[in-house]
Each structure stands twice: as structure tokens, then as C-alpha cells.
Design a protein around this ligand. Structure first.
Ligand code: RB5
Length: 151
């Protein structure tokens, strides 16, 4: 059984309840890292919880907040996380194929349920294309590439 991690803040909770059974129907075990209702909360806490789990398992995750922006900012502070805020199916597919994204970020106040499902499907069905994209992804972390900053 494949595992998919998911987390949200209060703004993303409703969309998460729609996406979870949909993702399960695609054959995934969904691990929910909260939040568990629509009471106001702080999105970075849930982003960090999910990113810790995705890093440990070398897995995949989905983060949902109102815009998707805060979740993607928090997630991309984690060195092994490549989080992509996607608003179209093409974004989602290319984030996997070109960027080897391991976290999909969605904005529940920006993207409706049916489009969000299509974006999730595109993300989960795509695979990293390797080749030249692997070289570029390996260059993403600035501290590991500090010799270029001086030139
Ligand atoms: C919550 O109101 C909202 O700020 C949050 O869900 C998210 O959109 C932040 O980026």
C-alpha cells in the first residue's frame, strides 16, 4: 500500500475532507497530520509536522491552506522538501516531472474541489523525468552550491 501524507490549516480543512477519500480511492493510505477542524490555527505547525514525516519516509505529501502560499513557504524551509504550489494540472505534472516535487501545496480559497482532485491526480500519476532535471534539482540547495555564489 502506498502512503500519502496530508495536512492543512483551518482554511484547508474542508478541502482535505473532500480529497482524503478521493486519494484513498486511488490506492493510497492517507496519513493525516492535522488540523482536525475549522478552528483558527497556525499553518506552519502543520507544514513542519508533515515535512518531518515526508523527509523521514522519503515520501509524498499534500499541504492545504487558504492560498497555498504560507504552506509552501514553510515547507520549502526543509532541506529535503521540494514543495510546489499548483493551481493547474499542468503545474502538478511538471512539478513532479521536472522538479521532483515531493509536496503538493493547494489553496482551498483559490481552487475548487473538482479542480483540486484533478491536480492531485496529476501530481500522483506523474514521475520524475531524471536526466537534465536531476542535475538541476541537485543544484537547488544554495549552501551546497556556495562556490557559484562568488563567481
Ligand atoms: C488563514 O487565514 C490564511 O492566512 C492561511 O490559510 C494561508 O492562506 C496562508 O498562507
Amino acid at each position: 500500500m502506498k502512503t500519502l501524507h496530508i495536512a492543512c490549516d483551518h482554511a484547508g480543512f474542508s478541502l482535505k475532507t473532500h480529497l482524503t477519500p478521493y486519494i484513498e480511492s486511488m490506492g493510497y493510505t492517507v496519513v493525516d497530520h492535522g488540523t482536525s477542524g475549522e478552528e483558527s490555527c497556525d499553518y506552519p505547525i502543520f507544514a513542519h509536522k508533515l515535512c518531518h514525516a515526508v523527509t523521514l519516509e522519503n515520501g509524498l505529501g499534500i499541504l492545504i491552506c487558504g492560498t497555498g502560499i504560507g504552506m509552501s513557504m514553510a515547507a520549502n524551509r526543509h532541506p529535503h522538501i521540494r514543495a510546489a504550489l499548483c493551481t493547474t494540472e499542468l503545474h502538478a505534472r511538471l512539478s513532479r516531472e521536472h522538479n521532483n516535487a515531493n509536496v503538493l501545496c493547494l489553496g482551498a480559497r483559490m481552487t475548487g474541489v473538482e479542480l483540486a482532485k484533478a491536480i492531485v491526480a496529476a501530481f500522483l500519476c506523474a514521475a520524475f523525468a531524471e536526466g537534465r532535471h536531476a542535475r538541476r534539482v541537485s543544484q537547488l540547495t544554495p549552501c551546497e552550491n556556495s562556490e557559484w555564489l562568488a563567481s
